[in-house]
Design a protein around this ligand. Sequence first.
Ligand code: 13P
Length: 250
Amino acid sequence: MSRKAFIAANWKMYKTPGQAKAFVDAFLPLVAGHDRDEIALFPSPVLLPTVIEAARGSNVSVGAQNIHFAEEGAYTGETSVGQLLAVGGTHTLIGHSERRQYFAETDAIVNKKLHTALKHGVIPVVCIGEVLAEREAGKTEEVLKTQIAGAFAGITAEAAAPIFIAYEPVWAIGTGRTATPEMAVEAHIIIRAEVAKLLGAKVAAAMRILYGGSVKPDNATALISEEEIDGALVGGASLKPDSFTAIVKY
Ligand code: 13P
């Protein structure tokens, strides 16, 4: 089955509104008419209105890096799915390793966020991946299976269609140390098999599994042209229009 690649920029906590607008203004002409792949930007919440406005009517979607699982409430500092939808955001990352590492997000929290996103029609990108010590201890498969089972608890095959998974080995994030295409493919096969076990072969075959972790213009082609790798979630190399365009056009 052929799956359309999804190439996404995770800007993390970078850019002011002015810088974000300048990026979009420079980027849109570079990718105009590019419909081989889906393209999305994930800026900080304070940048969402600016980026959404600047990208309106283009082939570039915009989403949040995080949402809260509650619909609203006394959760200082958080953003709800309703707030995201109201400003025109369509997607959200869930469970990025930096959320897990610095903000104590567990698989149970990821699961609650996934339910909330699906309930409100926000397209979720569920991030999973092992840390270096887990890989070195031969626990990668076990970690990925646990993260998937935790994230997908109570999710039905009918509800699962919009979900993306991003495989982001933590040791490859921001380190310049990319997983080889072989390592990424091996992990993606494990992930797809686990999704098939939980949600059925049809859902698994259609689900897009992205790779993230030091994706750069010079390694994007080798990674994304793998049949098992359905796109990329890009951090550092997504901050400049030229380098992100080179990845989009791998
Ligand atoms: P880098 O591309 O900077 O390694 O970041 C990857 C990432 O965390 C994307 O979500």
